[in-house]
Design a binder for this molecule. Structure first.
Ligand SMILES: Cc1ncc(COP(=O)(O)O)c(C=O)c1O
Length: 433
């Protein structure tokens, strides 16, 4: 049995004892209900290290990471180019003084402007997806002088107050009401509903190119172009939330490129930090930037955002994505994976509704969320990390690193099929009781 670095500090403890200790501390100091749920789901293992597509626990068990940190690990875990850039920067200056100019920030902003869709040119750096969305909402309000925001049902934009108000699931919002006035959630993929919600007070429409936490729900081919058109007609801004879809996840560098849509504002996070450093970004056009930052360049700021460390990680992540053809790999591997999952769906019509996705952002919809949970538990037991989507527990998502190999995909497919057999056997035994 291999003992990893943090076990060395507790050599006298077995891995079981360490696991129990961590569970106890979670129960006492972190989140008792969360740890209880992790136990039920079979996720009560202590992670110890990770590399590429593989996460290893303290007992030395390996798992293929098909959750990919909800889209964080597009490059895999600890990509050498990102690690090297970050290590070099650590020895120079990890965090910005916030007084002088910061070269990694300048270089990353230039690179983002080069690859971003449409006229997005300026970047505000922050540390997470929800912060990127907060920035987008504030920028939209200030640039338009309007207050209201149209978002979609099932959308996930984060859990700080503004992003939460735009998020489209009541369960997460009710305890915190009143939230920000002037926001409305309209049905996804319904352009008429968006058209009737938009008014002269609408500052922005915010939308994910593919709803991630909503259950990997794809837009109709004309939905995003029609939203673009609607915003232009009404003088509202189109905010595209690419926090999960951005940087190759869907088989294009940005999700909106599938429909040739140019947003006014775009948010990024997750994969932007190369799977090594937290990083978020909000980008907008020069005209919008001028309206927000010209008079007061400090109208929206972040102490940690745009640190040298995050920016060198971001630059390395984009360089690897481009040089290693990860966007193309995502498209090709995603097609292979999705087709196989679609044939699994045909084999198990009583359990599975459909498999859908774009690139390596794939969801399998189950007929019942209980069966989905059984399948997830069985998969983790057999060495594959998967999870359901936050706003739609009927859907298991497959969002592995874009560097996943076909061999690893085949292993995941075998494990998934075995989990369906397991669920079938459990259901049969329940029926017989
Ligand atoms: C589309 C989208 N926007 C925003 C967020 C919030 O990001 P974070 O959890 O980094 O705040 C998420 C997180 O899953 C997301 O998927």
């Amino acid at each position: 049995m291999e003992y990893h670095h943090f076990m060395q500090s507790a050599k006298h403890l077995t891995s079981d004892q360490i696991t129990q200790d961590v569970i106890d501390k979670y129960s006492r100091y972190v989140n008792p209900t969360q740890v209880a749920l992790l136990k039920i789901g079979g996720f009560d293992h202590v992670e110890s290290q990770a590399s590429g597509c593989i996460v290893t626990d303290i007992e030395g068990n390996n798992y293929i990471d098909c959750l990919g940190g909800y889209g964080v690990f597009s490059l895999g875990h600890r990509h050498p180019a990102v690690i090297e850039a970050v290590k070099r920067q650590l020895d120079l200056m990890p965090l910005a003084s916030k007084t002088f100019l910061n070269k990694p920030l300048a270089d990353l902003a230039e690179k983002l402007a080069e690859i971003a869709p449409g006229d997005l040119q300026y970047t505000f750096m922050c540390n997470s997806g929800t912060e990127a969305v907060e920035a987008a909402l504030k920028i939209a309000r200030m640039a338009t002088g309007r207050t209201d925001v149209v978002a979609t049902i099932g959308a996930f934009h984060g859990k700080t107050m503004g992003a939460l108000t735009a998020t489209g699931r009541e369960q997460y919002k009710i305890p915190f009401k009143p939230l920000i006035p002037g926001f409305v959630n309209v049905p996804w993929n319904d352009i008429d509903a968006a058209a009737s919600a938009i008014s002269p007070k609408t500052a922005a429409v915010i939308v994910e190119p593919v709803q991630g936490e909503g259950g990997i729900r794809l837009p109709h081919p004309d939905y995003l172009p029609a939203l673009r058109e609607l915003c232009t007609q009404h003088g509202a801004l189109l905010i595209v939330d690419e926090v999960q879809t951005g940087l190759g996840r869907t088989g294009k560098m940005f999700g909106v490129e599938h429909w040739n849509v140019a947003p006014d504002i775009m948010t990024l996070a997750k994969a932007l930090g190369g799977g090594v450093v937290p990083a978020g970004a909000c980008m907008a056009t020069p005209d919008i930037w001028d309206k927000v930052f010209r008079v007061n360049p400090f109208i929206h700021t972040s102490t940690f955002g745009g640190s040298e460390l995050a920016c060198v990680a971001g630059l390395a992540a984009i360089e690897v994505t481009l040089s290693d053809g990860l966007v193309e790999k995502s498209a090709a591997n995603g097609k292979y994976f999705l087709e196989k999952l679609q044939s699994v769906c045909q084999q198990y019509p009583a359990l599975l509704v459909e498999a859908r996705g774009l690139g390596l952002m794939i969801g399998v919809e189950f007929a019942s969320d209980d069966v989905a949970k059984l399948a997830i538990g069985s998969m983790v037991h057999n060495g594959v990390i998967a999870a359901y989507t936050l706003n739609n527990p009927n859907v298991i998502r497959f969002e592995p690193p874009l560097v996943i190999t076909q061999e690893q995909i085949d292993t995941v497919l075998q494990t998934f099929t075995a989990s369906l057999e397991y669920a079938t056997a459990i259901l049969r035994s329940l029926e017989e009781e």
